[in-house]
Design a protein around this ligand. Structure first.
Ligand code: ADP
Length: 494
């Protein structure tokens, strides 16, 4: 399958029951598989290998054997190879987009193609940073040449989620590889195929063993990966609950972790904001096109009293105009929720919000197509009138549900925004410079934007405070801090 395969079903069949270990697509040791069904139609996309401790052992052993030689490849050359992976995935972006749309239900035009289109960027960004793995010289003693060097950690374990699986994987593996580590990834149960195809493509460029990918359940496959004695670092994106399990397991081995966890990101809209821009920002910020399945989803919108009603009306009109439908249909704006479990969780939150006294403004319309009748579609909901201690306001839903709340003063809005266990992202919408800067400084979040709502960008530090995570990603510093160790060397010349 050297040419791009634009039929995602054929591509899934090619990847069925396989993992990528030691440079090859191989069947899982136990032969066990699990079904991956299209959340739009219920059809079987393919059976994925249910990796377990035996597969972890094989992948880590291959990664450990390959790492020493990989670390000896000059850093810029490693970077060139990683950038080359970027070129190859870019040539295959349309097939990757189709496959990720089929397995996750993310609409092709508005989401899946966007993810596949920016994937190469992460490889190219880190691919150019090989020569930045520099140390320092230290003026410790004139008779002693004192320096630091950056060394790879060894084998890195990466555990990834399903919402933007290829991109979030790339932001972990590209820096880990350029820094001279080998990597074993555990993909998410809901989205094992597109990332496996990325691995297969990378295998044409990287030496065998340097990059491996397993699929399987969290405790049965992710658990042994974290616990494996030869894994020296875990980088994880997922839920707070699982993040804590991983942090505890890593503590047993005293290995470092990077955790990118949940969010409940506030959006503050002042009376003086440009209404049209704020509404457009609410649409992109809430990721309505991804059914709100984003850690940074603007799921709490604090809107000042003078603009509140117009904001809600305009937001609802815009979401109403978006089309829910088959993820692979070019005209679809909004696809499905990823899994039955998430679907039930999201619907339970909507029911809770209603019980708590909120008004649920349901937007858009269910798809009419009969073949989508069993699809995991949830109409986007804009809640108004919820009490501030509502579960819908406080907890991460990871679905197309946002709560709009009215406020009077900027101080009220800031206090409400910061009254959360999370601290991933936040936005402020205002024309007043002082309010913007004051808010940006005082909002408790790792990523604050004024009058815009961009997603994570290579080169900009990304990660949360409070329970949203530990450690930042997507920058040069992230590569140095998370994927290398610093060694001090003193040469006595006296
Ligand atoms: P979500 O709710 O988004 O599915 P999870 O945190 O459960 O979030 O999943 C994110 C990733 O963590 C997935 O790849 C999942 O398989 C993995 N995972 C879940 N439980 C564990 C665990 N106990 N140990 C290691 N990995 C796990």
């Amino acid at each position: 399958m050297s040419q791009p395969v634009l039929d995602p079903r054929a591509l899934a069949r090619h990847l069925e029951a396989k993992q990528f270990i030691d440079g090859k697509l191989v069947a899982g040791k136990s032969g066990q598989t699990f079904d991956v069904n299209s959340p739009a139609t219920g059809e079987l996309v393919g059976k994925a290998a249910a990796g377990d401790a035996a597969d972890v052992a094989a992948a880590v052993s291959s990664a450990a054997a390959a790492q020493a030689a990989w670390a000896k490849v000059p850093a810029r050359q490693r970077g060139k190879l990683v950038a080359e992976c970027g070129r190859l995935v870019d040539e295959h972006k349309e097939e990757l987009a189709r496959l990720v749309a089929l397995e996750t239900g993310k609409a092709l035009r508005t989401e899946s193609r966007v993810e596949a289109g920016v994937l190469a960027d992460a490889f190219h960004f880190y691919g150019g940073l090989g020569s930045e793995l520099k140390g320092e010289t230290v003026p410790f003693n004139p008779d002693m040449l004192t320096m630091t060097v950056r060394e790879p950690i060894g084998v890195v374990g990466a555990i990834i989620p399903w919402n933007v699986p290829m991109m979030l994987m790339a932001l972990k593996i590209a820096p880990a590889l350029v820094a001279g580590n080998s990597v074993v990834v555990k993909s998410a149960e809901e989205a094992p195929f597109a990332v496996l195809r990325v691995a297969e493509l990378m295998g044409r460029i990287l030496p065998p063993g340097v990059f491996n990918i397993l699929s399987g359940m969290g405790p049965e496959c992710g658990g042994p990966l974290v616990a494996h004695p030869k894994v020296g670092k875990i980088t994880f994106t997922g839920s707070v609950e699982t993040g804590k399990i991983i942090y505890r397991a890593a503590a047993e081995k005293l290995i470092p972790v990077t955790l990118e966890l949940g969010g409940k990101s506030p959006m503050i809209v002042m009376d003086d904001a440009d209404l049209d821009k704020a509404v457009a920002g609410a649409i992109s910020g809430m990721r309505f096109t991804r059914q709100g399945q984003s850690c940074t989803a603007a799921s709490r919108m604090y809107v000042q009293r003078g603009i509140h009603d117009r904001f809600v009306t305009a937001l609802k009109a815009k979401v109403d105009a978006m089309k829910m439908g088959d993820p692979l249909d070019e005209t679809t704006d909004i696809g499905t929720i990823v899994s039955r479990q998430q679907y039930e969780k999201v619907n339970a939150y909507i029911a809770t919000g209603r019980k708590e006294g909120g008004t649920a403004h349901e937007c858009s319309a269910m798809p009419a197509d009969a073949k989508l009748a069993k699809g995991l579609y949830v109409r986007p909901v804009i809640f108004t009138g919820l009490p501030k201690d509502s579960k819908v306001v406080r907890e991460e839903i990871f679905g197309p549900v946002t709560a709009v709340m009215k406020f009077d003063t900027f101080e009220d809005a800031l206090a409400a925004a910061n009254d959360s266990e999370y601290g991933l992202a936040a936005t402020i919408w205002t024309k007043d410079l002082k309010t913007a800067l004051d808010g940006a400084r005082r909002l408790q979040a790792g990523f604050v934007q004024v009058n815009q709502n961009l997603v994570v960008q290579p080169g900009l530090s990304y990660g949360g405070v409070k329970t949203s995570g530990l450690g930042k990603e997507a920058t040069l510093e992230a590569m140095l801090e998370h994927f290398t160790t610093k060694k001090t060397i003193i040469v006595n010349m006296a």
